[in-house]
Write a new protein. Sequence first.
Length: 292
Amino acid sequence: MTSATGAAAARRGGGARELPADLRGFREVQRLAYDCAEAVAAQLRPGVTEREAARMQREWLHERGVRDWFHLPFAWFGDRTAFTNFRIPLQFFPTDRRLEPGMAFILDMAPVHQGCTADIGYSGCLGLNPVHDRLLADLEAHRDLILREVRERRPLREIYEDVERLMIRQGHANRHRAYPFGVIAHKIDRVKERRWSPTVFGFGTQALKGLASDALHGHRDGWSPLWSPYKFSDHPPRPGLWAVEPHLGFRGTGAKFEEILVVTDSADPRESAFWLDDDLPHVRRWQEEKAA
């Protein structure tokens, strides 16, 4: 265990929600991914390219046993954090854009480890950037809103619209609309573990098969594994694990978080939906700002 990973483990020693065995593996791989994001972010320097940052994520996780992916790591720098002028899927892939002082960045990775999937997004900046700080602070209200309305069993499409209205009130643009199908979230699940799994356009074939299977069954039963602004998401939250990523943009700067939301069929509102882990970098930042 590295010193950084050991410190993270110690920091998480108490107060965590007790999870059933089938969820603990997902929390561990999500923590692994966020530990990777923090380790890579600490190594970023002026001149590093998006491709280099993506490779750093791959290598860090590979050294810790990751051999499969929901999708390979992404890195976006500068105005690419706000998906400025993104029109086609190929624009999401890492480029030779170089990091500069004061520039915002996003690291996004979705490793599969011991059959469990995570999909995380980490927002940071190289030095001072007041716009980025404001965006990251404003994301806290979206995390609260999403959890509250999922517990109310509001249709996913309506929750999406409420998130967008909150962004507009905050003075920001909805940048997750730039994702394929405009999704704010998608379902994830356990993946059959293999020593190596090929990727297609950056996505793991095993994970894609699972998502396609969910889409097929969902279409038949009236739900979708994609949480979007479109009619196919006009249904209550489906029990399962959802990787949720509200993404704000303002004047060429973007920020988001991405983490797992657990949805159950419990009648107890607190157990009907909850974030898989409350000890994550963006949550700790909000807590520290309140305590300051």
